[in-house]
Each structure stands twice: as C-alpha cells, then as structure tokens.
Design a protein around this ligand. Structure first.
Ligand code: ASP
Length: 340
C-alpha cells in the first residue's frame, strides 16, 4: 500500500509499505558480485543463499538471483564494472515485468561501481546496491537488513527514474552523492553535500527528495586508462609524469583548495596535455568546487567542479569510452558538478 505521509512546498515524504494481501509481489532480481555481504573470507555465499536467508522476504518480493562474479570489491575494475552495467541492462530487456534489480557489492569500491552504472544506464526501473560492513558469520551482521531494505526499495514501484541507489544502514543514497566515509562503522556511507534521498524504516520506504544532478552517457565501452593523482606538499608531479609515460588517456588531479598546483605539478600537467592526455582538476579538500584560472583553462585543464576525484575519474572513464571530446567532457562536468 502506497500513501503520501506528508507533502510540503520544499519536500515530499512518500512512504511505501509491503504489498497488501492478495496483491502480486513485485519481482526483484538479485545480482551478486561478492564482498563482505556475501561472506568475505569466511566462506562466500552466492546470491541465492543470500536472498533465501532473509526473514520475511516471502511477503516483500519475488526474488530471483544470479552470481555475476564473487570478488572483494578492491578487485573491481572499469571493464568489469561496465560488464556489470551491461548485464543489468540485459536483465531489464529480458524481463519487462521486473520491478527492479539489486546488486550486492563490497563496500570498498561500491561508490565507483554505482556511479559508473548511474552514468551509463538509462533512467527507468531502479538499480539498488546493497552491501555490508560486517560479514554474515557475525551475529549482528548488517547484511540481511541492508539487503532486505534494498529489495524493498527496488520493489516499491516508486523509485523509478531516480538513478542508481545505494542502501545501507537504513538510508537510501543517490550514486552521484554517496561516499564510504569510515572503514568499519555501520554508518560508513554518507552523502555529505545532500544527505540521503530517503530511508527504510520498519519496512517502509520513505523518500525525502529526488536526485537533482544526473547525466546519461550511453557508451559501448569504457576507457580504463584514467589515473587519479592526489597532490601533497611537494608531491604529485612524479605520478603525473608516470601516468602519461605509461600511456594514460586521462589523469584526474586532486589539486589543492580551489585548484592550486605548484610549478613542478604545472610542468607535469603541461607535459601530459602536450602528450594528448586529458587532465581534470578536482579538489583534494573533500567538498566545494574547483574554479580554474583563465591561464589554467587556456592550458587545456578541465575542472571537475565539486565532483570528488574518485567520481571525476569514473566520469572520465565513461565519457572517453563514449567517445566524447574534451569540449563535451567539460560540458558533462558543468552539468553534473557545476564546473566552470
Ligand atoms: N573487502 C570488502 C569489499 O569487498 C569490504 C566490504 O565489502 O565491506 O569491499
């Protein structure tokens, strides 16, 4: 049963509980990729084991499952992440009646995979990531609750066109905004700029707002040759030179503050651009926009706006894979991250 709980000028909270008795259950497909939620080192569980172990699942959704891969997410890489996106698209194409897809994933690189899928998949039926900080062998594992919540979000019928979502610790995050902010805490995932877009409370899916910042980059592939370099006092230039020498197509530089870089880094950046590498400046501060000087722009540097280094890299990987040129990539950063 769906109902509007509160509607105001600035915000709308929509709540969706389980289907009423007699109503058909929504169909949700679970795609397993590994990670702590699947058992980690303590004996991997497949996606079918996971959904079968969920208390109350029979009254929430009709769940099918498959294992796409079973790896710790530190082993994820752009080609595999893109293959996962293609698998999700294929599942939707094969099953028009499917309400949504849930992907179980390790927490380590979850924000990168979820964002890549957000960029390359069209809007429509929900794709919801679930993960866990504590493995199933722990009595107080957060996995079952997170997975059940994600299935509720995917099956609610009201999370279409919100982009890829990430559900942990009772919160629903937009892929564009979410970051892992703690190595072990249950509240590790946060959207520092916007907050979560909703919550799952006592089995009810509550939506507070809709993600405002999204773009779609349909692509036939990805360009994995994009490196991320964080500037430090006296450091960074060596890594930029090395990336260019190794044949990188793009380098995202997490620069100081608003986009500052000392002369050795500027020289490395100019050499990289001269060699045909696309260089994008993000800020290493964790929040706020990069604003490039006219001189930096004239040298060919692009701004990531307020997109962090991890996500700026994924955007570059997707945009280069989609065959976009520098001007089009600058426009993508403008639309998605207020880049100037
Ligand atoms: N090592 C795990 C991973 O696959 C950590 C986790 O899932 O929480 O990312």
């Amino acid at each position: 049963m769906n109902r509007i709980v509160r509607a105001g000028a600035a915000s709308l909270i929509l709540a969706f509980a389980s289907p009423a008795a007699g109503q058909p259950l929504p169909e949700v497909h679970l795609i397993g990729t590994g990670g702590t939620i699947s058992g980690g080192a303590g004996g991997p569980l497949n996606a079918g084991d996971l959904s079968a172990a969920l208390p109350g699942i029979d009254s929430v959704a009709s769940v099918t499952s498959e294992d796409f891969v079973r790896v710790g997410s530190s082993r994820m890489h752009p080609e595999l992440q893109f293959e996962l996106a293609q698998r999700v698209a294929a599942v939707f194409a094969e099953r028009p009646q499917l309400a949504g897809v849930v992907v179980t994933h390790g927490t380590d690189s979850l924000e990168e995979t979820a964002f890549l899928l957000d960029l390359v998949l069209p809007s429509g039926r929900p794709v919801v990531f679930a993960a866990a900080q504590r493995p199933p062998r722990y009595e107080d594992s957060d996995g079952p609750r997170n997975l059940l919540d994600a299935i509720r979000v995917a099956g609610s019928g009201r999370t279409r066109d919100l982009g890829v979502l990430v559900v942990l610790n009772g919160q629903i995050h937009a892929a564009r905004e979410v970051k892992k902010t703690h190595s072990i805490a249950l509240h590790a995932f946060a959207s520092p700029d916007t907050g979560p877009i909703g919550a799952v409370d006592d089995g009810e899916v509550l939506l507070f707002t809709t993600p405002a910042r999204r773009i779609h980059l349909p692509a036939a592939g990805v360009e994995p040759g994009v490196e991320l370099v964080r500037l430090t006092a006296g450091g960074g230039a060596v890594a930029i030179h090395a990336a260019a020498a190794a044949g990188a197509r793009g380098v995202v530089v997490e620069a100081f503050g608003r986009g500052n870089a000392p002369p050795p880094v500027a020289e490395a950046v100019d050499a990289a651009i001269g060699a045909g590498v696309l260089v994008v400046f993000a800020t290493r501060t964790g929040a706020g926009r990069v604003v490039l000087s006219d001189a930096q722009r004239e040298r060919g540097i692009l701004s990531a706006g307020d997109l962090d280094g991890l996500k700026a890299r994924m955007l570059l990987i997707a945009a280069l894979g989609a065959g976009r040129n520098a001007e089009e990539i600058a426009a993508a950063f403008r639309t998605l991250a207020g880049a100037q």
